[in-house]
Design a protein around this ligand. Structure first.
Ligand code: IMP
Ligand code: MG
Length: 190
């Protein structure tokens, strides 16, 4: 039987961001984005799966015209640190040439994912390209990459919830928490 949210909460060492803190910050982030793009249409591109919950909530605070598309990138492969260079495994479907593109992800960690996806999107000649992340783990950066819009700066710890996963679990938690180290291992299937 699948685990449900309350039992998943027990696997957290502590809660870093509550549901209410996330809600409040997203509203402010929406205001920031609305004023940055006043009078323009944006093409929001969500990196799935991690960004789905963040993007679904954030775009409902946007009152500018918006198109939405998704891109799928491989990287973590059921581990808590990147195993290999990110690879685009599902491309966008919208034509973004001449469009104002806002690329969104759940977390900016080493920076490799956003750097790589930005490079690919730039080759499609958008009018502009900005990035927005819910979380920024600055201490882990290995490429020179900064996002234009950031929800929260967080310490160098592995977090789950609100879209962020460990081995595809915990995405449905309404808050964001630090995963206990004993739960950062894949249990063998018996
Ligand atoms: P980067 O390429 O190292 O910046 O990593 C970005 C990707 O790694 C994100 O899209 C997340 O899917 C994943 N990631 C990085 N840190 C965490 C974390 O603390 N929890 C869950 N996923 C993470
Ligand atoms: Mg992930």
């Amino acid at each position: 039987m699948p685990e449900h949210a309350p039992s998943q909460l027990q696997n957290l060492d502590r809660i870093l961001l509550t549901e209410q803190q996330i809600k409040t910050r997203l509203q402010a982030l929406g205001t920031e984005i609305n004023s940055a793009y006043q009078g323009r249409e944006i093409t929001a591109i969500a990196i799935i799966n991690g960004a789905v919950i963040f993007v679904a909530d954030l775009i409902r605070h946007l009152d500018i015209p918006l198109r939405l598309d998704c891109i799928r990138v491989s990287s973590y492969r059921d581990a808590t640190s990147a195993q290999q260079a990110p690879e685009i495994i599902d491309r966008i479907r919208l034509d973004i040439e001449g469009s104002d593109v806002l690329l969104l992800d759940d977390i900016l960690d080493t920076g490799n994912t956003l750097a790589e996806v930005s490079k690919v999107l730039r080759s499609l000649r958008p009018a502009s390209l900005k990035t927005c992340v819910l979380l920024d783990k600055k201490a882990r950066r290995s490429t020179e990459f900064e996002a234009d819009f950031v929800g929260f700066q967080i310490p160098d710890e592995f977090v789950v919830g609100y879209g962020l996963d460990f081995a595809e679990s915990y995405r449905q938690l309404p808050c964001i928490g630090v995963l206990k180290s004993e739960h950062q291992t894949i249990s063998p299937t018996t």
